[in-house]
Write a protein that binds this ligand. Sequence first.
Ligand SMILES: Nc1ncnc2c1ncn2[C@@H]1O[C@H](COP(=O)(O)OP(=O)(O)OP(=O)(O)O)[C@@H](O)[C@H]1O
Ligand SMILES: [Mg+2]
Length: 510
Amino acid sequence: MTVAIDIGENASPGGGRMLVDLEELLATRLLVQGNSGSGKSHLLRRLLEQSAPWVQQCVIDPEGDFVTLAERYGHVVVEADRSEQDLVRVAARVRQHRVSVVVSLEGLDAEQQMRAAAAFLGGLFDAERDHWYPMLVVVDEAQLFAPMAAGEVSDEARKVSLGAMTNLMCRGRKRGLAGVIATQRLAKLAKNVAAEASNFLMGRTFLDIDMARAADLLGMDRRQAESFRDLQRGHFVALGPALSRRPVPVRIGEVETQARSTSPKLLPMPETPAEDARDLILAPLAPEPARLRAERRPAPPPPPSTNDILAELVRSRPAAAAPPSPEEVALAAEERDAMIDEIVRDLLSDPDAAFRSVAVLYQDLLVRMRIKRVPGDALTLAAFKKRLSVARAGVEAGAIPEDAWARAEAAATDLPEDIQGVYLLLARAAFEGAPCPPDGEIARACGSRSPGRARRLVQYMESRGHVVTRADMRGHRIVALPDLGIETKAGDPAAWEEPQEGGGDLFATG
Ligand SMILES: Nc1ncnc2c1ncn2[C@@H]1O[C@H](COP(=O)(O)OP(=O)(O)OP(=O)(O)O)[C@@H](O)[C@H]1O
Ligand SMILES: [Mg+2]
């Protein structure tokens, strides 16, 4: 008997429920595509919730969206903020003990995310043969890990990450791994990775190039694929052996679990209480020899990252070069600060800087610190992120009373570093009695071009009680900051144009 997972409603006339054949899905994999906000993550969550009782799951979660599965469904959250070797070993234990996990990559920069995902996926893939139990491996924002084109991360990171994704999608089946991947932009996802999925759920798609890729994958003609443009949020077109032999419209259901009573051919999940599960896989790792890895990858230890090398260079400069001059020694901490501030401003004056990863900006900073001979140790990455946040919020020095700004900064420290700038941006608008910044500007403050990401960040801050949003009669957004007791004026979330080169620089910090 097969296990059928209910993901929502078949929206064709007289369609009934839309069921996914789980065993078939395990064998034939799934690709979900849709623009930001089309409902991919919701869809994945629905699928995960509904299938949690039947199959072990691993979610590669770039934004920490899925950690909420832990409480209700017993997933163990693995923060990826640990060494690659540890991630490999944790992954091996995950397979051995058949524990569902969410690997949260939140807070890592793009390159670290790629390396961590590659290490974890590699660990799952390299598990001992005895542990090849079936497992859904869900990767949200898959274009981050299997990008079509070289980006700003190092070639090496891209190679390992792409390799792990290719293994998952092309060679994972025999080892029990079933890839379920979601992407905003099909055209940005490596073709060989996309091509290995036989099931598709296509959501709203605006760009012709993505539409064309979708049409090719689904074997539709391009005119038919035009209909993807008009899909509403939460609506997808389903096709594939685990879904439907013909394209059918699907309305994804709520994210609430109902126990399903069909009995599966799949092995029942072990009834490990969540507590034990955590101990089983996250107990301190003894320095056992990395046997599993050694067999497949006798590779030399990874070279130190560029950041490490640059930081090392900055540290060692005074010793290696001429001894510091008396002026250098005399430079007060304040002056050092001012020098660094100036470098950060310089860095951000490039219009594209907003969209460079923190890792790349940091490398640039370290080089510039060397050139300008800024005395003392290299700025740590954490300290740099903090300065970047403040600079990205675009605060005019002196425009806001210092103590008020200090309160805003203190309130922001509860948030992940990359979001602090967004909070400060909102705080600045509120202090200045300005309208709430549009989504485009908010996105820019966290190094993104995606209004969807801006909206999600604001939602996230709201869920954590940092902000409260409401709309006025025109639908314009007002954001209140309860910690500071202030709020912005109403602003149109959609009112944003990319600043032209050289013009109106958001990052000018005076
Ligand atoms: N089927 C649905 N029913 C109800 N709400 C939905 C549905 N699908 C999506 N939503 C809501 O719409 C919003 C956007 O959905 P979601 O986060 O899943 O989009 P996404 O495609 O993953 O976007 P992104 O690519 O930016 O991550 C969320 O608030 C989500 O709760
Ligand atoms: Mg999403």
